[in-house]
Design a protein around this ligand. Structure first.
Ligand SMILES: NC(=O)C1=CN([C@@H]2O[C@H](COP(=O)(O)OP(=O)(O)OC[C@H]3O[C@@H](n4cnc5c(N)ncnc54)[C@H](OP(=O)(O)O)[C@@H]3O)[C@@H](O)[C@H]2O)C=CC1
Ligand SMILES: CC(=O)[C@H](N)C(=O)O
Length: 271
């Protein structure tokens, strides 16, 4: 059993499998107590027991379907009231691989609820408490499809583009208030995600699939290095920086009093 220094409590959503379960393992080992959230209570309990035995940390579980308003409210209340929480891992999410014409609009809306609305509500529950204490970290799990929406289902890509943009906005607003925000953009990662999304992970070219433990270890290394956006698979961080610099360079030209000349609009101002 390891008993490192106590680093506060991490609340992890989607902790019953995949990326969230590995975050739970790594954070418990590095000295965090945990609150694990997902629907499958049996999986959460088994993981909690294993982690407590192995690390000596306190691990609580909350069985919650975060798309149900009453369950979401329960988790929001914990984030608002438990002053020991120093870290929120906003990880619960679902995906899809089907193109628009083969997708069900109600399922797409459910995806938006979990990937966008729930993530936003939980960040809104945590951030004021973190700001009040001048300390706290929010990790938002996005995806490389935030940058490449053509890769998978378009609503999934759009939901992850939201997570990236929202994280960047939070970074901008909260950086001087002692609160850190990291967006993590995994590429294909070997988890149950793929079965639920409609394509077994074994059907992907294996050279693009990262083991889930390596993905989380890289993301936590990126956090420790102070990265605001971590793309575990990207070999050269300079490529991301050029992309960001190009985006920021557009800034001064994006809102002007006249349309661009190429549209040949006779300005209303001259009438
Ligand atoms: N695997 C991949 O290739 C990639 C994944 N991601 C993102 O990583 C995150 C985690 O996915 P991953 O670990 O891969 O997949 P998993 O399917 O293994 O994990 C998804 C987690 O979300 C939980 N969850 C799903 N629906 C709900 C709900 N309604 N309420 C509460 N919890 C819910 C699941 O638990 P339960 O069923 O018990 O509720 C599970 O713990 C997602 O946001 C995904 O978009 C990003 C890029 C790549
Ligand atoms: C990029 C991927 O392949 C991944 N499954 C994701 O969830 O975004």
């Amino acid at each position: 059993m390891t008993t490192p220094i106590h680093k506060g409590t991490a609340l992890i959503t989607g902790a019953s499998s995949g990326i969230g379960a590995v975050y739970a393992d790594r954070l418990a080992r590095s000295g965090h107590d945990l609150i694990l959230v997902a629907r499958r209570a049996d999986k959460l309990r088994a993981l909690a027991q294993e982690l407590t035995t192995r690390t000596g940390r306190s691990v609580e579980t909350i069985a919650a379907d975060l798309t149900r308003p009453e369950d979401l409210a329960k988790v929001e209340a914990v984030l608002k009231s438990d002053a020991s929480i120093t870290l929120l891992v906003n990880n619960a999410g679902v995906g899809a691989t089907a193109p628009l014409l083969q997708s069900d609009a109600v399922e797409m809306e459910r995806m938006i609820t979990l990937n966008v609305s729930v993530l936003t509500r939980l960040a809104y529950a945590a951030a004021p408490a973190f700001v009040a204490r001048g300390n706290g970290t929010i990790i938002n799990i996005a995806s490389v499809v935030a940058l490449a929406p053509e890769l998978l289902n378009g609503v999934y890509g759009g939901s992850k583009a939201f997570v990236l943009a929202f994280s960047q906005s939070l970074q901008h607003e909260l950086a001087d208030k002692g609160v850190r925000v990291q967006a993590v953009l995994p590429g294909a990662t070997a988890t149950d995600f793929w079965d639920a999304a409609g394509m077994p992970v074994q059907h992907l070219p294996q050279e693009i699939v990262m083991p889930v433990q390596d993905m989380v270890d890289a993301a936590l290394a990126g956090l420790a290095q102070g990265e605001a956006v971590t793309i575990p698979a990207l070999p050269d961080i300079a490529d991301w920086q050029s992309y960001e610099n190009a985006r920021k360079a557009l800034g001064p030209s994006l809102s002007r009093s006249v349309p661009a000349k190429r549209y040949a609009v006779a300005s209303a101002k001259s009438h």
